[in-house]
Structure formats: C-alpha cells, structure tokens
Design a protein around this ligand. Sequence first.
Ligand code: ADP
Ligand code: MG
Length: 253
Amino acid sequence: MNTPAQSRNSSMIQLSEVRKNYGTYEVLKGINAEVGRGEVVVICGPSGSGKSTLIRTVNRLEEIQSGSITCEGNNIHRQMAARELNRLRSRIGFVFQSFNLFPHLSAIDNIAMSPIRVKGVAREEAYRKATQLLERVGLADKAQMFPGQLSGGQQQRVAIARALAMEPPVMLFDEPTSALDPEMVGEVLAVMKSLASDGMTMMCVTHEMGFARDVADRVWFIDDGQIIETAPPEDFFSNPQTGRAKRFLSDLR
Ligand code: ADP
Ligand code: MG
C-alpha cells in the first residue's frame, strides 16, 4: 500500500489529447489529465457530459479515436493481443453502477473466480483471500449468499471486493451508489473511504458531493466532453471558476 506521503510523487494514469466519437458525435473532445499514485479524483459534471465514457476508456471498455492513455506507463489503447489487454485490465478495477455480479455464483465465488481463472491463483489461496475481502467490506456472514439474496448495498460491496481480489493498483468507480436506496449509500461510501485512506489510487464518478469534500484530493469538473476545472474540493466547492460549474453546483442544492 502507498502512504499518502508518496502520493504526489509519481503518476499512475495519464490521459493525453483523448478524443472519442460515437458516430459523428464527439463525446470526448481532447482530454488531458493525470492521476497521481495514491490520488483520489472525483469526476463530476452534468448528465451526458461524458463522465462514464471517460472512465470506461481508462480500462478500454470503450475504444478511443485518438490520443493516448497510460496506466503505470503502459499504453492501454495500443494494439496488443487479447491476453495482454486482459492482463493490463486486471490492474485496473472497475465498479459499475449496476454491480454486474455473476448471478449464478455465490458472493465468495464471485470474488474468487477471477484470481483463479485469470491469474492462476491456487483455489485455496483465492478463497482465503476472498474471505478476508468479505470481512473487509463487512460481509463475512454472506459468503454463501447469491446476489439475488443480497441488498443493493451488499451487492455493491461484493462487487468492490471482487475488483479488489485482483489486487489492482487503481480502482475506477462509475456512479457506484446511484442505483442504491438512500439508506444503503453510506455503507458503500464507507468502503470507498477506507480504500482511499489505505492509499488506493481512485477515479470516482459520483454525485455524492459529501464524499468528494471528505475524500477527494481533486475534483475534475467535466462538461460537454472537456475537463473544464480541476481543483482540490475545498476550492472547487467554495470558489468554482466557471459559470458552468457554478450552475452545476447550485442545481445540486
Ligand atoms: P455521463 O456519464 O456524463 O452521463 P456518458 O459518457 O454516458 O455521459 O455519455 C456522453 C454522451 O455520449 C451522451 O450524449 C450519450 O448519449 C452519448 N453516448 C453514450 N454512450 C453511447 C453509445 N454507446 N452510443 C452512442 N452515444 C452514446
Ligand atoms: Mg454516466
């Protein structure tokens, strides 16, 4: 784990002139940004501004038209064999709004599967680790439950544990609490907060501005396919620089 003191020293993710079209519609219009090792970035902006597309390009769930994205110095969008791409992807955890657990596998099987299949971890070791991860997200007693038997908040915590099982140095979150009933938001944010304090590098698309204030090192405000502000949360919330960010923040209240 990285200590916060190390966090400003080295770059984990770099995005350079990233452009992305859907057909003739340009959704990312030249993104330049960097995430430091151990840094927590919260990405916010209006609906349809390109937040999901941006974060999905980082582990190549979406292709890009031009520019480059590197993670730990590896160019994610270069031509490479599927096997190599899978290896790079396993270094970048992704948590979806809709959990995306395997419905026919128990919580613990969901967590242990990828380490066994993708990394060749021995079964016993994978299940030992999965048990620890379930404890970490507060679900030690739910190991044998299937996703359909768990609440949304519990499913999302299993999804986070599943991503962590691959021991990724980076975690990406796309509105991880947006599909949850309000009373379950806190338990998921608490897990994310504990990851952040352990030094995880995180990119989080979220509308949870309390989380941004408390946990983010920097906020990126994206509008119409461009990052138009990046600032520490205390500056972003008290003194947004653009009219668009001011409007966005006042609409939240
Ligand atoms: P956000 O996450 O900020 O709400 P998205 O990245 O999901 O925004 O979408 C940005 C824009 O791209 C929107 O106008 C959306 O309609 C469009 N878009 C997203 N996904 C697709 C797709 N698969 N095909 C065509 N257009 C898309
Ligand atoms: Mg989105």
